[in-house]
Design a protein around this ligand. Structure first.
Ligand SMILES: Cc1cc2nc3c(=O)[nH]c(=O)nc-3n(C[C@H](O)[C@H](O)[C@H](O)COP(=O)(O)OP(=O)(O)OC[C@H]3O[C@@H](n4cnc5c(N)ncnc54)[C@H](O)[C@@H]3O)c2cc1C
Length: 566
């Protein structure tokens, strides 16, 4: 049975950064991922990473922009940590080999991004996540004596010892179907987001909220789950992302009358207002009949105003996406986009060292909610969040492990037997229930219909009813593959359960928050209400089958809430 000081579940940017930090701090480390690490979803990150690197910039300005972007419910202690430590982290990435774009003077080039008061986004063309992820993976190779890698292993549950502290996990070797217990003094969840609860989404198929649901099932509180980001520029055909970097380079948004309609909604920042503001503006134009394309369901993103040479150099990936997935040459004609689900601000509640309220359990990256994003994440702040809080969680977990005995998960053999029986029972289900893909499709469509840019009570209640019915149906959904080798079908059934837990929490929190703030816009409560709702919503299972609601205070250090205008 493998035993480590620190076991990291997830090998995207948060997980890999945590692994390197924990190993540097002297811990024995294992990192586990259900896909090969460089296929983690971080590889899709395009536009860049924020840091106040320019001498004329200041981390406080970055922090203020982030607080304002969050619609004032981001926790300011965490935001200060992230923005203060950002320049050092980005320089560290450069030193270990990330080839950030440089300008003609040789300095790191910075591009404009939404909600930022100055250019502060470092980038590698529009493949920034891929560039960073590959460099971190190279570093992990160098650490092979201190970091054990379990690639293509799927964590099914977390384990606790008799005191309730997290003490490891059970995981399935995807290649063979064998289940095994891993013990650890600390577990760091770095399992990414839950975008697959929505259809369409910019997120990959692996973003099924596994870690969020596993922590929730153990009793860890989730926070800010109602805050779901719709990105303003996703392809109408399939939801693929066109990076905000395009607008950062100067692209325009146009309605059916050819107007740059953002003048009406955000006259100062125009297309570079924060994402919630731009997505709402687009959806309003579409709803009021000024949309473009078939059925008027889209908006034009006009990248032809960016010099072609610059587009080919700095936005080359979306040139390919435009051609391959929409049949459009973006250097010659506008491309049809609309708002699409992209990111979840909520997740497992942590402190600024990634620690959750459950002893021995940490979380970092999109799975976590330290609340640096609050009601709305600024573009290019997520990569930063993964790296800063991944590193801090790794360091903190390593410190906690020092001098501690290896825990004994309670009744481990019995737990393993139960888990084996559970997985087998899923594989053995009779072919009478619904198909997994069908349930997933209904979930995503319902969430995208009623838990999207605009929300209201009746729609949310309908969504909750659907999610709860689908939870029941998922219990008998059948899998076609009865084998053990690479049985993705059975993993799909397990992931569906995780997604339904996440979706239920999102809808319950969205019903609870009776105001409009950040990504949560309630047409029946269109105003922000600081008097009542200047607080986080937390959700815990507490032994029951559905989430119990509680609240957590918002940490304010130096910026009092004010009217938010761009
Ligand atoms: C198209 C796109 C473009 C983006 N562009 C940017 C950008 O330019 N800048 C920015 O700041 N942000 C961007 N983002 C957001 C950002 O990329 C993500 O929020 C971030 O990369 C998440 O990283 P992570 O390490 O938390 O998780 P991921 O990179 O999603 O990694 C999750 C890991 O967990 C593993 N895992 C999950 N479940 C299990 C399980 N049950 N068992 C074992 N392993 C498991 C996976 O295999 C994977 O290794 C973008 C997002 C998208 C979708």
């Amino acid at each position: 049975m493998p035993a480590h000081d620190v076991l990291i579940l997830g090998a995207g940017l948060a997980g890999q950064r945590a692994a390197l930090a924990a190993a540097d701090a002297g811990a024995s480390v294992a990192i586990m991922s259900k896909v090969h690490p460089v296929r983690s979803h971080s590889v899709a990150a395009a536009g860049g990473i924020n840091a106040a690197i320019n001498p004329a910039d200041d981390w406080r300005s970055h922090a203020y922009d982030t607080v304002k972007g969050s619609d004032f419910i981001g926790d300011q202690d965490a935001i200060e940590v992230m923005c203060r430590e950002a320049p050092h982290e980005v320089m560290h990435l450069e030193h270990i080999g990330v080839t950030f774009h440089r300008n003609e003077t040789g300095a790191l080039d910075l591009r404009a991004f939404g909600g930022a008061s100055t250019k502060r986004t470092a980038y590698v063309a529009d493949i920034t996540g891929q560039a960073i992820l590959h460099v971190l993976y190279e570093q992990l190779m160098k650490y092979h004596e201190r970091v054990d890698r379990y690639e293509e292993w799927f964590t099914t549950s977390l384990l606790q010892d008799e005191t309730g502290a997290v003490s490891g996990c059970i995981a399935r070797d995807i290649r063979t179907g064998t289940l095994e217990i891993f013990t650890a003094k600390n577990v760091i969840l770095a399992t990414g987001g839950a975008g697959q609860c929505f259809k369409p989404t910019t997120n990959g198929l692996i973003c099924t909220g596994d870690g969020i649901a596993q922590a929730y099932r153990l009793g860890a509180p989730l926070m800010d789950m109602e805050m779901v980001q719709y990105h303003p520029t996703c392809l109408v055909e399939n939801g693929f992302l066109i990076t905000e970097g395009a607008r950062g380079e100067g692209a325009h948004l146009l309605n059916a009358n050819g107007e740059r309609f953002m003048e009406k909604y955000a006259p100062n920042k125009m297309e570079l207002a924060s994402r919630d503001v731009v997505s709402r503006a687009e959806q309003t134009e579409i709803n009021e009949g000024r949309g473009v394309g078939p059925g008027g369901v889209g908006i034009y993103l006009d990248i032809t105003v960016v010099p072609k040479k610059r587009t080919l150099e700095a936005l080359r990936e979306i040139v390919n996406i435009g051609k391959d997935f929409a049949g459009v040459d973006i250097t010659r004609e506008p491309i049809l986009i609309r708002p699409g689900q992209h990111y979840i601000m909520g997740g497992v509640k942590t402190d600024i060292d990634g620690a959750t309220p459950i002893e021995g359990l940490y979380a970092a990256g999109e799975v976590a909610c330290v609340s640096v994003h609050g009601g709305n994440r600024l573009g290019a702040n997520s990569l930063l969040d993964t790296l800063i809080f991944g590193r801090r969680a790794g360091e903190h977990a390593a410190q906690r492990a020092a001098g501690m005995a290896q825990p004994k998960p309670a009744a481990q053999q019995a737990r393993l037997n139960d888990e084996q029986a559970w997985v087998k029972s899923i594989i053995d289900r009779p072919q009478t229930g619904r198909r997994i893909a069908e349930i997933k499709d209904e979930l995503g469509t319902e969430m995208n219909r009623n838990v999207a840019v605009f929300r209201e009570q009746a729609g949310l209640e309908h969504a909750l009813e659907v999610v709860r019915r689908l939870k029941e149906e998922a219990k008998t959904a059948y899998v076609d593959d009865k084998g053990s080798v690479f049985n993705q079908d059975v993993l799909g059934a397990i992931e569906l359960g995780y997604m339904l837990d996440c979706a239920e929490c999102t809808v319950v929190a969205a019903i609870e928050r009776k105001e409009s703030r950040g990504a949560q816009f309630r047409t029946d409560y269109p105003e922000r209400n600081d008097e009542v709702w200047m607080k986080h919503i937390t959700l815990s299972r507490n032994g029951g089958d559905s989430p119990e609601i509680d609240y957590a205070p918002v940490t304010i250090t130096q910026w009092q809430p004010e009217e938010r205008k761009y």
